[in-house]
Design a protein around this ligand. Structure first.
Ligand SMILES: [Zn+2]
Length: 267
């Protein structure tokens, strides 16, 4: 793990890239900001988390770091021990964690619930949507701090995701008072409100050789609609829902998550 603190005083803001070793956008953002040597008004910790997985160009070495929090200094796996060290670094911080997906080309934020912190920070971010994770926090960085915004910056390994990660980092630093405020961003499409979704359940997938998904992320699936397949088996929605993080191969045991739309956030 690489940790570089920029600015004076104890850092209460953290930007983390490389929680997943095969998502280079966050590492790019951290390195870009460090090279730019911005004049920060508050101290910020810039962190590249799982250097071993990045080096191996794989999501993780022994287990998914974002399922290993809060971690354990004597844990059995590299990621469990790393999760503990990272937790120690950021426990008192307002945190931005940068990710990318196989499921969606745009930017969206994952938060605990939309409370004061989220209402203050998220309107500064040029994201298409805000997603409340609620009951789906087990092992994730949310176990360490609820003052956390995870941003999915676009498709894994895409140049767009790398550029988006830099923009989101600057916006987050402005939202937390570390950088001067710039022009307020508009969400893609130029709307002044963004939808808030709430995860309700995972969409499990059976072991199979080949997977397909037929639904579009954030587009409502209606009851009776076939949204995915595992080999010959088809998955049909019993009730309407909004798919989030839905992809054929993004996760080992789930297609993604079902969500409800629960409101909007004003910019
Ligand atoms: Zn990730």
């Amino acid at each position: 793990m690489r940790v570089e603190t920029v600015g004076d005083g104890p850092a209460q803001i953290a930007v983390i890239g490389g929680i997943h070793g095969d998502e280079p956008c966050g590492v790019h953002a951290v390195e870009t900001l460090l090279e730019a040597e911005p004049d920060l008004e508050r101290a910020v910790k810039f962190i590249v988390a799982n250097e071993e997985a990045i080096e191996a160009d794989t999501r993780y070495v022994e287990e998914d770091l974002n399922r290993a929090f809060p971690g354990d200094p004597d844990g059995d796996t590299h990621e469990r021990r790393l999760a503990h060290r990272l937790s120690q670094e950021v426990a008192d911080c307002q945190i931005l964690a940068l990710h990318s997906t196989q499921s969606y080309g745009g930017k969206f934020a994952l938060v605990d619930r939309v409370h004061e912190f989220e209402r203050r920070v998220c309107p500064h971010l040029s994201v298409d949507a805000v997603v409340e994770t609620c009951d789906f926090k087990e092992g994730r960085l949310f176990e360490v701090s609820r003052r956390l915004v995870e941003v999915e910056c676009g498709y894994q390994r895409s140049e767009t995701a790398a550029e988006n990660a830099v923009d989101i980092t600057r916006e987050f630093l402005a939202a937390t008072g570390a950088l001067p405020e710039t022009v307020a961003p508009t969400a893609d499409g130029g709307t002044e409100e963004r939808p808030i979704y709430r995860l309700t359940e995972p969409m499990p997938k059976a072991a199979a050789d080949a997977y397909e998904v037929f639904a579009t992320n954030f587009a409502r699936v209606t009851a009776g609609q076939t949204y995915a397949a595992a080999d010959e088996r088809e998955y049909v929605a019993e009730e309407p829902f909004y798919p989030i993080l839905l992809s054929a191969y993004g996760y080992e045991d789930v297609f993604g998550y079902a969500a409800n739309r629960v409101g909007t956030m004003e910019m």
